[in-house]
Design a protein around this ligand. Structure first.
Ligand code: PMT
Length: 229
């Protein structure tokens, strides 16, 4: 029961990994392919939303009707999200943002060290948390996170939902290679707030495309409930 009377919903989605340079030829990153975030973008357009997709480096075509912005690093992704925020109703953070980046990016290729034996120490600093920063600004009306976990999936997801002050979070067990990074299918649990309570909705395993249709429907309906209450 989607509210037909409200304005066209504007949804911003982050997708893919971020890439944090160490020197001109190396970087830190992760295995996110962008498939889940791109599938969400496609589903959101099909369900009538205006969609901005802010993506890290991936090898995927842009879904039809989606406005795509490409970034590399977490800091660039944060900038792009903050620019999109004032015209965003719903922000969905599906990107696998690198938690840390190099404290300084070496100007030249890091050479093998002759001192320190076979060890190299990298000095890393924490990246900004994009969805927590966005939620704290209060400009997007509804902020949704993902939680990629390998153990105690729902407990950690619930902790992130509360700590990052999100409206909902999608718990993704990435210990199972058929439903996480790079896979064509996924199985998740949607956690959302109803007053003081947290509602859990397990969604069955399906292609990322089919699962995204269900997730976007559920999220739009949660958004409409949130704004009618
Ligand atoms: O891209 P695919 O190959 O299709 O894989 C999909 C996926 C496994 C990447 C996706 O389903 C998923 O789980 N995405 C979240 C990945 C992640 O980094 O989760 P997290 O638990 O570390 O982060 C929690 C939330 O905070 C996420 O919404 C993340 O986007 C956000 N975050 C994290 C760190 C940070 N510095 N800024 C953030 O906004």
């Amino acid at each position: 029961n989607v509210d037909q009377t409200r304005d066209k919903l504007r949804i911003t989605i982050t997708a893919g990994p971020t890439r944090e340079p160490l020197d001109p030829v190396r970087y830190l990153s992760n295995h996110s392919s962008g498939k889940m975030g791109f599938a969400l973008a496609e589903a959101a357009v099909q369900q009538g939303a205006d969609v901005t997709l802010i993506s890290g480096p991936v090898h995927l075509p842009t879904p039809e009707g989606v406005t795509r912005l490409d970034v590399d690093t977490a800091e660039q992704m944060l900038d792009a999200v903050l620019k999109a925020l004032p015209s965003t109703h719903m922000l969905i953070g599906c990107a696998a943002v690198a938690d840390y980046r190099a404290a300084t990016v070496a100007e030249h290729k890091i050479k093998k060290q002759s001192q320190n034996g076979d060890e190299l120490t990298l000095h890393l600093v924490k990246n900004p948390d994009i969805i927590a920063t966005a939620a704290a600004r209060g400009q997007a009306k509804f902020v949704v996170g993902f939680a990629a976990e390998t153990q105690d999936v729902e407990a950690y997801a619930e902790d992130k939902l509360i700590r990052k002050k999100l409206n909902a979070i999608v718990a993704n067990d990435v210990s199972d290679p058929t439903i996480g990074f790079g896979s064509d299918e996924n199985r998740v649990t949607l956690l959302s707030r109803r007053g003081e309570h947290i509602i859990r909705q397990p969604l069955p395993q399906a292609s990322k495309a089919a699962l995204s249709d269900t997730l976007i429907q559920q999220l739009i309906s949660l958004y409409d409930q949130h704004h009618s209450s």
